[in-house]
Design a protein around this ligand. Sequence first.
Ligand SMILES: [Zn+2]
Length: 63
Amino acid sequence: MSAWIEAAKVLAVNSEVVVKCPECGDGNLLVIDAGAGSSHVERHIHCPKCGAYNALLKRIDGV
Ligand SMILES: [Zn+2]
């Protein structure tokens, strides 16, 4: 699970970065941002190769 945290940390800063999937170590993670109210976005991260999925909330207000 810690590999996901590392990947999410990188992608929270810059969603353009190519990050290898923590599950299979092969696929490049895809990032989709979805609105979650006015103060946050949900950043959905998934691997097209093995289907691994994770999501994080990112603050977008005032920062
Ligand atoms: Zn994968």
